[in-house]
Write a protein that binds this ligand. Structure first.
Ligand code: FES
Length: 315
C-alpha cells in the first residue's frame, strides 16, 4: 500500500441511508489509484483546509475507484456537512493515503461488530474474508434500519450477517456474542465510542491480540503521566528540543522547522507515526493496539507524550 497525495473527482454519489452518502471517487487524470487493503482509510481535505479520514469500503481489486460512506453530522466539526453539501458528481477534491491502522490479520474465524457508519471498513473486510474462505459472522447495529448504510449489500451476503436496529431489537447483545473467549477467532469492531468501550471490556479475557478496534474519535486517556517538560532528541535532524506541558511534541517539532506529516491532530488517524529510538513514550493515541503501544517502537506525536525525561525520535 503506497501513501500518496490524491487528486480525485466524484464519479458517483448515492444515498446509502438516511444522512449517509456513498461517494465513488476516481483519480482526476484517470490513472489507477494507489492500492489498498481492507481497513484502510484516506484523508480528504474539506472546505476549511483541514482533513477528515474516511474508510475505504469498495473493492481493493478495483484500482479505478475508491468508495467511501459519509454520515452527515451537523453537530460535528463541519467536515461531513461540507462533504454532503459540496461533493456532487464532477466535484474535484484532494486528499492523501491510503493508510491502514486497522489491518485484517489472518484467522480461521472472524466476528465483526459494526455500529452505524462503522460498517464502512468492515464491508471491505467481509469481501476479503469471503474470498479467503474463512468463517465469519457480522452483527451490525444502528439506530433504525433507515439510518443503516449498505443494508442491501449486506443482505445479499446472506445469513452470516445479523442486522440489529435499536428501535426494534434494542441494544446489540454483546455479552451473548463475546462472553465466551475463543482462541480461533479475531474480533473486529468499528462504531461509536460506547460500543467500542463495551466490546473492549467484554474482550478483556480474550487472548491478547484477538480484538481489533477502529476509533473515529479519540478515546478518553486521562491526564498525562508527566506534568512537567521533557526533552526530545531528533536523530535525523540532530536537534534537541524541550516540550513544555502545554504543547504537543508535534507542535514543538514543527516550530523548529522539522517537517512531519500530520492530519487529525487527535491521535486517531496514524499519519504522524514516528519511530522511537530510546526513552519511554506516554501513549495517548487511539490508533495503536495495546501490544503495539507496549512495544514502544513508535508513537503518535500529535497527542502522545513521554514517561521518561528524554525521548529519542527518528525525525
Ligand atoms: S495526526 Fe492523526 S494520529 Fe497524529
Amino acid at each position: 500500500m503506497t501513501e500518496a497525495d490524491l487528486n480525485l473527482v466524484v464519479v458517483e454519489r448515492l444515498d446509502a441511508a438516511e444522512d449517509v452518502v456513498s461517494l465513488t471517487l476516481a483519480d482526476a487524470s484517470g490513472d489507477p489509484l494507489p492500492s489498498w487493503e481492507p481497513g484502510a482509510h484516506i484523508d480528504i481535505t474539506v472546505g476549511d483546509g483541514t482533513t477528515r479520514q474516511y474508510s475505504l469500503c469498495g473493492s481493493p481489486d478495483d484500482r479505478s475507484v475508491y468508495r467511501i460512506g459519509v454520515l452527515n453530522e451537523p453537530a460535528g466539526r463541519g467536515g461531513s456537512v461540507w462533504v454532503h453539501d459540496a461533493l456532487k458528481v464532477g466535484a474535484a477534491l484532494s486528499g492523501r493515503g491510503p493508510r491502514n491502522h486497522f489491518p485484517l490479520h489472518q484467522s480461521p474465524r472472524y466476528l465483526f461488530v459494526a455500529g452505524g457508519i462503522g460498517i464502512t471498513p468492515i464491508l471491505a473486510m467481509i469481501g476479503a474474508v469471503q474470498k479467503a474462505g474463512a468463517e465469519w459472522t457480522l452483527v451490525y447495529g444502528g439506530r433504525r434500519s433507515a439510518s443503516m448504510a449498505f443494508l442491501d449489500e449486506i443482505s445479499d451476503i446472506g445469513s452470516r450477517a445479523t442486522i440489529w436496529p435499536q428501535d426494534t431489537h434494542g441494544l446489540i447483545d454483546l455479552p451473548g456474542l463475546l462472553s465466551e473467549p475463543r482462541d480461533d477467532t479475531l474480533v473486529y469492531c468499528c462504531g461509536p465510542e460506547p460500543l467500542l468501550v463495551a466490546v473492549e471490556k467484554l474482550c478483556a479475557p480474550w487472548p491478547s491480540g484477538a480484538l481489533h478496534l477502529e476509533r473515529f474519535s479519540p478515546k478518553d486517556v486521562g491526564a498525562p503521566v508527566r506534568s512537567d517538560s521533557f526533552e526530545v532528541v531528533l536523530t535525523d535532524s540532530g536537534v534537541t528540543l524541550t516540550v513544555p506541558p502545554d504543547r504537543t511534541i508535534l507542535e514543538v517539532v514543527e516550530a523548529a522547522g522539522v517537517n512531519v506529516l500530520s492530519s487529525c491532530g487527535e491521535g486517531t488517524c496514524g499519519t504522524c507515526e514516528t519511530g522511537v529510538v530510546d526513552g519511554e513514550p506516554d501513549h495517548r493515541d487511539s490508533v495503536l493496539t495495546p501490544e503495539e503501544q507496549a512495544d514502544n517502537s513508535c508513537m503518535m506525536i500529535c497527542v502522545s507524550r513521554s514517561v521518561s525525561p528524554r525521548l529519542v525520535l527518528e525525525l
